[in-house]
Design a protein around this ligand. Sequence first.
Ligand code: ADP
Length: 222
Amino acid sequence: MKLTAIKKQYGDTVALEIPEIEFANGEITAVLGESGAGKSTLLGAISGMISAEGTVEGVGRVSYLFQSAKLLPNLTVLQNLMFVLPKGSDTAAAMEMLARVGLQGKEGRYPRELSGGEKQRVAIARAFLFPHDTLLMDEPFSAIDLSLKKSLVELVVSLWQEKRSTVIFVTHDVHEAAILSQRAVVIKKGRVLLDIPVTGELPRDFFNRHPVESELVRALVQ
Ligand code: ADP
């Protein structure tokens, strides 16, 4: 995916200005920045939900994972998954995905009958079930307890390893970036401040501190 001469302004505020950035196919990039840095604007420019100047190439089909699960309340877990597949699709793939995310037996439940972590598992299942080339993740673990976060991060990594979609992962958490990305981009006032590789094979040890974390913290507080 390649973005060229991207610019988005709101009045006098430059929300995003990136001359050129490329995201390799099948790679996970973490995008960090303080509130108002331009992270959501970047995701919006990539998905086309925000109209920005410039060109965006090679995005293909986009799937999303947000901070809140955004499930349809009147549909069961299985129906929430079937909703993203073509009408008349067989339920086998959705059922298999539910087993994959540890929700076998819960397909008939409604979102209100699930815990927060279970809802986010359904959202993860839905995001990966939808046929996509690019996955945009907008702070998907921000509202999740640390103990739960570990299992959800591991889940996302293992699903990504099978799918190898291009992932843009917005987070404000340097530890999340360190355990779930191969590259980290820090943006400030709409511009790229730091763009560095995050070394090591995925999955990474959740309990290890990665050297990239201090570098990211330094850039974030600049
Ligand atoms: P982040 O996601 O990193 O918190 P955003 O991309 O939402 O940042 O915002 C970047 C900048 O653009 C901020 O200064 C924000 O106030 C401004 N902005 C975002 N959306 C709008 C909008 N709809 N109208 C006016 N200003 C906006």
